[in-house]
Design a protein around this ligand. Structure first.
Ligand code: ADP
Length: 293
């Protein structure tokens, strides 16, 4: 064991993404967008970064690329501090931004040429092959593609880098259910096949339930739950709110038919990932209201 994973500069012993008490506040007097966030993302995992709009997901992903300055703490991606060496951090990851990363007037082939110019190791052949497999020929103009097809192009560009760490910022938000499934299938196939690591943010939990083995839930800039999906499911169950009085309640939330439910700690799996996230978000919201009162 090494004493300080943040300072290990040999071998591949560090986790691909380590955050140590990081904080970001856009303006003085405004709430913190991220506060006291500590995370260690294990190599080979696919992590869902979940939380409502404004929770800080995008700020965290952008900080990993050095696009956001941190006010507190330290962060490394692939052992690199993006605050100190942004270009090395960017060059070491495959990034799928929230939207607008493609040039609508250019073809798929043009995008591959641009990507190869930016990153000499870019494997255009493999990306083009992957897209052809989805029926997307390289002479197609990006502006003529559907949202789901454009997302596949953005993903193929990120995967073509061969980066061992992929960061995807809400890649599914504008896609229909079928396109989401195709996107996740492509991602899982590549990441698992290469033993790579991926972090993808989403505010829709059901989408990522099948794809991700780990979960980080952010609420108002803080991590409220982190761990494996299997552990989270094994340690929580959902009961009717009326039956929860003597139980270790995480949070209460409304069920699909308007009934009041409670997420409780304790063995006896039964909670879905969505219920677990809702329970922790409800708990975080109750905490914030109590703090503001
Ligand atoms: P998410 O990706 O989870 O929706 P963000 O990271 O985009 O959340 O935002 C977290 C918080 O930071 C929000 O309160 C948001 O309003 C604020 N924020 C994000 N970007 C900026 C910015 N460029 N300037 C000021 N505030 C920002």
């Amino acid at each position: 064991m090494h004493a300080d994973p943040m300072h290990t500069d040999h071998g591949q012993s560090w986790s691909p993404l380590i955050a140590d008490s990081i904080g970001r506040r856009y303006r003085r007097g405004r709430p913190w967008a991220l506060r006291d966030v500590s995370l260690e993302i294990p190599r080979g995992s696919i992590t869902a970064l979940v939380g409502p709009n404004g929770a800080g997901k995008s700020t965290l992903i952008r900080a990993c690329l050095g696009f956001e300055r941190l006010d507190e703490g330290r962060l490394t991606v692939n052992g690199i501090d993006p605050q100190r060496d942004r270009s090395a951090a960017v060059a070491s990851v495959g990034y799928v931004p929230q939207r607008g990363s493609l040039y609508q007037n250019l073809t798929i082939a043009d995008h591959m040429t641009l990507a190869a110019t930016a990153r000499p190791a870019f494997d255009a052949g493999r990306s083009i092959e992957r897209l052809r497999g989805l029926g997307l020929g390289e002479q197609r103009s990006v502006g003529e593609l559907s949202g789901g097809e454009q997302a596949q192009v953005a993903l193929a560009l990120a995967l073509g880098t061969g980066a061992s760490l992929l960061l995807l910022d809400e890649p599914l938000s504008s896609l229909d259910p079928l396109a989401r499934r195709d996107f996740l299938a492509t991602l899982i196939d590549d990441v698992r096949g290469r033993g790579a690591t991926a972090v993808l943010s989403s505010h829709i939990v059901t989408d990522v339930e099948q794809a991700c083995d780990r979960l980080v839930v952010l609420a108002a800039g803080r991590v409220v739950l982190e761990g494996t999906v299997a552990e989270a499911r094994a340690r929580h169950r959902t009961v009717a709110a009326g039956d929860a009085a003597s139980l270790d309640v995480v949070g209460r939330f409304g069920g699909p038919a308007g009934e009041q439910l409670a997420l409780v700690r304790g063995a006896g799996a039964g909670a879905t990932l969505e219920e677990i996230v809702l329970g922790y978000l409800a708990s975080a919201r109750a905490g914030q209201l109590a703090e503001a009162a």
